[in-house]
Design a protein. Structure first.
Length: 368
């Protein structure tokens, strides 16, 4: 009997089974609501029929199947053939684990958020929930600028949704817990405090505004939740500093949820864009421009036909305010621009030849 053709799945099963069967070259027909009458008509067209408790394979159905042979009384019965095929092709199949990470459930219908570096370059992503159930996940989108990725699993049940806090309410010294799978150790909980907020210039991602914590974060924790004592998620654990233990970083939940929502619904993230090259103000630059502060950024290049050029900005301008906010650092300015709605006209205060001037610039869309 050949088992390289078609399988009829008659009951609701974990989608993983269908995926594995298809990966092994079988054509799967999934009809979880099929009636006994419909099954009697179709069973002869399939080499394998998968059933659970809902469907009863009575004698009359088996006699209509393609594998039934009333004259075969040898040791190699039809069910032995099927069992041997499954053992050879599924149970003996080796799946290499390329990476281990953590994640959080965003919505009860199967949306999950994790770090992009956890799933980067993986061909298959297996999600294991806290109750032990497993699902293969589809990547909906990812954002390399924040190191976040949104996934989707197919499940008939409603998943429990977590409670989310607000990162802006965090206070240094506040107790927090990190939950994840460090080194594959499932459900590990570590405890610490918020050591700092608004950490930037760490070289972890393009847009940085990290929560620093001394709760132990190790490989495998990435993508998991940082939780306050009220049980609310306030961050996504992302990295541990190479300089030593006790220094870990998490993406603020406010940023993570905003990015995750766009990844789920659009597969990418829209960000504001000016089309300029900038550099921070060093003490030397501030002195050369006769400034008594290092607040602001220097425009060192402008692309043609970009929002900045069309709005009247020139190379050598110093941007000191954007949409009414003082520019305290280069990273802060980049985040302000990126978070601004595309198409919005924003007042941008600059210094040019020692004189303040306000430009009205229409924000464009960052190129991918």
């Amino acid at each position: 009997m050949s088992l390289n053709q078609s399988v009829l799945v008659c009951d609701r099963v974990n989608p993983t089974l269908n995926e594995i069967l298809e990966k092994n070259g079988l054509k799967v027909t999934y009809e979880p609501e099929i009636t006994p009458e419909q099954l009697a008509e179709k069973i002869g067209n399939f080499q394998v029929v998968v059933v659970r408790s809902r469907t009863k394979l009575v004698k009359e159905l088996i006699e209509k199947s393609s594998w039934y042979d009333p004259h075969n009384h040898g040791s190699e019965t039809w069910y032995t053939t099927i069992r041997n095929w499954f053992v050879q092709n599924l149970r003996s199949r080796k799946y290499a684990i390329e990476n281990v990470g953590s994640g959080i459930i965003l919505e009860s219908n199967g949306y999950i958020l994790t770090n992009y570096h956890v799933i980067e370059k993986l061909d298959r992503i297996l999600i294991k929930l806290s109750d032990g159930s497993e699902y293969f996940a589809k990547v909906l989108g990812y954002d390399t600028y924040t190191d976040l990725a949104a996934l989707k699993i197919s499940t008939l049940r409603r998943l429990p949704e977590p409670e989310f806090g607000q990162s802006k309410d965090l206070r240094v010294g506040e107790w927090v817990m990190a939950i994840g799978n460090p080194y594959g150790l499932e459900g590990t909980v570590t405890v610490g405090v918020v050591s700092g907020t608004g950490r930037t210039d760490l070289g972890i991602s393009h847009f940085e505004n990290f929560i620093q914590t001394d709760a132990s974060i190790n490989p495998g924790n990435s993508g998991g939740p940082l939780i306050n004592l009220d049980g609310e998620i306030i961050g996504i654990n992302t990295a541990v500093a190479a300089i030593g233990s006790g220094v870990g970083f998490a993406i603020p939940v406010d940023m993570a949820l905003k990015v995750g929502d766009q990844l789920i619904h659009k597969g990418s993230v829209d960000r504001g864009w000016l089309g300029i090259g900038i550099q921070g103000l060093t003490p030397e630059l501030a002195y050369n421009f006769s400034l008594n502060t290092q607040d602001g950024v220097l425009v060192n290049s402008i692309e043609n036909k970009t929002p900045a050029q069309l709005g009247g900005m020139l190379r050598g301008d110093i941007i000191i305010q954007f949409d009414g906010k003082v520019i305290s650092s280069l990273k802060y300015f980049q985040k302000l621009v990126a978070d601004t709605a595309i198409g919005k006209v924003v007042p941008v205060k600059i210094l040019r030849d020692g004189q303040e001037k306000t430009l009205q610039i229409k924000i464009g869309k960052m190129r991918s």
